[in-house]
Design a protein around this ligand. Structure first.
Ligand code: WT7
Length: 566
């Protein structure tokens, strides 16, 4: 039997109190996500149950029980406190998918500080903008990433501590650096989690903006209510499940469902840091007997590409529920899942700002392949006219609108009230996506309402890439757009005008690509650079990415009346 039972019945009798009661929380109580993910599960008698089964490259493996998770997160919280880190200070996690990332996240929350996860493939510029903006006082990292951190330390006046989790004592540490070896540290048996309340800040995730630099999305401890309930009702997490969320905690899926939801439900979760290959992934499922698998369309399309033959080498019969998030899930991918695993992928739609799943396909509910499903109980969504922000009739396309007020909704863009306010129109929160609702109430995704590129489920801001491009000595100006791609759905393409004296060449092409990869990240790196003599601009001088994008997608260019000397 599925946790959600009947979706329609849940809609009729819904209150967030259902989750509050299950978690034993009453309004006004202390609520600390770190405590809920570890101590509470131990208090329920599950201390010896495995919380984390981890695998790294070269056959490395580590297991942690809930009791280990409780003690080690205590140890980290205690360490942070003794360093002098105060509640609500930002502590960055700049780590590969190693146990310290997951357990460190819980420890930071227990200490009352705000966890700020950063994708470990970020280059120094991406790292710098996000840390400067948040004013983080500490960063937890690994030796392999220390080079990037050292480059920017001097430019971050608030940064007081660089904590290295795998320091071997061989090389001298620099100013502000301190070693912390989690598995060898003296364990702290008792640590009083900081008494955070519902509205105390918990997590700060950075997400790409259309026109400006990345924005810090501030979440609070009360987000647990949504994350817990959706883990139960959408991912269907049950006591004996072995769960695998493939997302990196540098992004919101990896924290909301790759840490908080999983551990608040007390399930055993598996994590690997082995990269992607169809064989490695299937072997991982087989070995750990994964039952619930939450992944992303790009990964699913890569598996489809690898073919069905490879699946025959593995016993994947442990799987019982599959879900997906991050980008449009093609109907073919849903149907493929059914064919090869005997199970469909359940698409789910949400974003960093919403903190938890907003629209989804539920276990037991009929799936229309290609549709995102229906709003989570307690979520009021609609489609709005893009000009009036009034709801449109069924079947008509428009902007998704969500009634504010669910527990895991962002509380602010870090230090940016103005941009936050601009996300609300006519009483609705506007995620910035276009969609329509069919006669049965199912939502169908159309596209984003801005220029942001969604590459493999990761948002990349053209503005950020263009800003980095003009720092290259050869680049005069550029326009960055999405280009279609089978696996990643979209990849970054840059149109570049060179400065006088520079000549386009394959070497320069490669050099510019690497420049972006190093400064920003492999995700933001253009997969293609086209050197052009000029860029299409409006009369007021704004680059019209829309025209270049339409060209890439073979679409009608549309209204060009504002185009310069046309
Ligand atoms: C944007 C949010 C929260 C998951 C990780 C991404 C797009 C997300 C779907 C889906 C079509 C989707 C939207 C959204 N998106 N899920 N099921 N179908 N598009 O979080 O980085 O904040 O990105 O990803 O455009 O606004 P994010």
């Amino acid at each position: 039997m599925h946790n959600i039972g009947s979706y329609n019945e849940r809609l009729n009798n819904f209150s967030w109190k259902i989750a509050e009661d299950e978690l034993g929380y009453k309004p006004g109580d202390v609520i600390n996500i770190g405590w809920y993910c570890s101590d509470r599960i131990c208090n329920m008698g599950k201390g010896e149950k495995l919380a984390l089964k981890w695998e790294g490259l070269g056959g490395k493996a580590k297991n942690y029980t809930y009791n280990d998770l409780r003690q080690l997160s205590n140890t980290i919280a205690d360490f942070l406190q003794k360093l002098g880190i105060k509640p609500e200070e930002r502590v960055c996690l700049f780590l590969d998918r190693i146990p310290e990332l997951y357990i460190g996240f819980v420890g930071i929350l227990k200490s009352g500080a705000i966890a700020q996860p950063l994708f470990s493939a970020f280059g120094e510029d991406s790292l710098h903008v996000r840390m400067e903006n948040s004013g983080a006082t500490a960063i937890i990292t690994q030796k392999k990433h220390l080079g990037k951190v050292r480059k920017i330390v001097a430019t971050l006046p608030n940064l007081k501590h660089v904590i290295i989790v795998d320091d071997n004592g061989k090389n001298p540490l620099q100013d502000k650096e301190v070693a912390f070896i989690m598995d060898e540290a003296k364990r702290v048996e008792v640590f009083e989690s900081f008494p955070t309340k519902a509205e105390s800040p918990s997590v700060l995730h950075y997400t790409s903006g259309t026109t400006g630099m990345p924005k810090g999305v501030k979440h609070v401890h009360y987000s647990l209510i949504s994350q817990y309930l959706s883990s139960k009702w959408v991912l269907d997490l049950q006591d004996d499940d072995i769960y695998w969320c493939t997302a990196d905690p540098g992004w919101v899926t990896g924290t909301s469902y790759g840490i908080i939801g999983a551990w608040a439900c007390g399930v055993t979760q598996c994590v690997n840091d082995i990269g992607f290959s169809a064989d490695a992934w299937y072997a991982f499922i087989q070995k750990h007997k994964i039952t619930v698998w939450y992944s992303a369309p790009t990964a699913i399309r890569s598996l489809m590409k690898a073919g069905e033959e490879v699946i025959k080498n593995y016993d994947l019969s442990s799987l019982r529920h599959l879900a997906s998030v991050g980008e449009p899930l093609n109907a073919e991918a849903v149907i493929w899942g059914e064919k090869v695993f005997g199970l469909p992928f359940h698409d789910s739609y949400w974003q960093t700002e919403t903190g938890s799943i907003m629209i989804s396909n539920y276990p037991g509910m009929k799936i229309k392949p290609g549709s995102m499903g229906k709003p989570f109980p307690g979520i009021t969504a609609t489609i709005l006219d893009p000009d009036t922000y009034e709801p449109v009739p069924t079947g008509q396309a428009g902007l998704i609108g969500i009634k504010p007020g669910w527990p895991s909704m962002m509380r602010m863009y870090w230090n940016n009230q103005e941009i936050y306010d601009a996300k609300f129109k006519n009483g609705w929160y506007i995620p910035g996506d276009r969609s329509y609702i069919d006669g049965d109430g199912y939502y169908w995704f159309i596209g984003r309402d801005d220029d942001i590129i969604n590459t493999g489920g990761h948002l990349v801001s053209p503005f950020e890439v263009e800003s980095a491009l003009i720092e290259h000595p050869a680049v005069a100006e550029s326009a960055v757009v999405a280009k279609p791609d089978f696996v990643n759905m979209e990849v970054v393409k840059a149109f570049v005008c060179l400065k006088p004296g520079f000549i386009a060449s394959p070497e320069l092409d490669l050099e510019i690509m690497n420049f972006i990869r190093k400064r920003l990240s492999p995700l933001a790196m253009p997969q293609e650079i086209e050197f052009v003599p000029s860029l299409p601009k409006t009369r007021s001088g704004k680059i019209m990415r829309r025209i270049l994008k339409a060209q890439e997608w073979g679409e009608e260019i549309g209204d060009t009346s504002s185009l310069e000397d046309d």
